[in-house]
Design a protein around this ligand. Structure first.
Ligand SMILES: CC(C)(COP(=O)(O)OP(=O)(O)OC[C@H]1O[C@@H](n2cnc3c(N)ncnc32)[C@H](O)[C@@H]1OP(=O)(O)O)[C@@H](O)C(=O)NCCC(=O)NCCS
Length: 173
């Protein structure tokens, strides 16, 4: 079950530290990537999940996850973000997606990342550009157009305590 976020509500994004949070993140990924987007048939998990760190956005109750993303290291100082998902009812309400991206890149930065990359679905390129990411190339993944994008690390200061995480909220225009 997901809840609607009232105006100006703040949401905590943090490292998933319990099996409850991990399970809820997995369910949200299934809802978004398998059921809503149809990118995967039945299961979106892969071998990256064996080593990735999972970040979550916490909803009204401690066991309600309304957003998630995973990060993993591949290569000396290269990190990737993937499976960014926000529950439909929570989108564009409390900057949950932006908060997850901030925590993802900041956490990797604190762990020695020099290059942070993601394959971004085409419809989200404008959002990532706004968040200081640069498009490098285009490709088709899972049958959909994606842009390989790199975060500008100067805009993402290191975040040392991902287990505490960050509060995110929508800034009034
Ligand atoms: C993409 C996604 C994670 C964004 O999450 P979100 O919590 O809605 O994002 P935010 O609220 O932080 O968005 C911040 C800003 O980014 C921009 N933005 C967000 N989604 C956008 C979209 N689909 N198109 C264009 N701009 C968008 C807007 O400027 C928004 O500010 P606004 O609400 O004042 O207009 C969410 O829509 C989602 O889960 N989509 C389905 C799965 C998916 O596409 N995952 C990403 C794969 S690359």
């Amino acid at each position: 079950m997901t809840s609607v976020i009232p105006a100006q509500r703040t949401v905590r994004v943090k490292l998933a530290t319990s099996s409850v949070e991990h399970d809820a993140a997995r369910r949200l990924r299934h809802t978004v990537f398998c059921q809503e987007q149809g990118l995967f048939n039945g299961d979106d998990r892969d071998e990256i999940d064996l080593t990735a760190l999972t970040l979550v956005a916490i909803g009204d109750t401690a066991d309600e996850v309304i957003g998630t993303v995973r990060i993993h290291q591949q290569g000396e100082q290269v990190w990737w973000g993937s499976r960014l998902a926000v529950a439909r009812s929570a989108r564009r309400q409390a900057a949950v997606g932006s908060g997850l991206i901030k925590l993802a890149v900041g956490t990797a930065h604190a762990l020695g990342c020099h290059t942070f990359l993601a394959h971004v679905q085409q419809q989200n390129v404008a959002m990532f550009t706004q968040l200081h990411w640069l498009a490098l190339s285009e490709s088709v993944l899972h049958g959909r157009p994606h842009s390989l994008m790199r975060a500008d690390l100067r805009c993402y200061p290191p975040i040392d305590d991902a287990a505490v995480g960050l509060l995110c909220t929508k800034v009034a225009p």
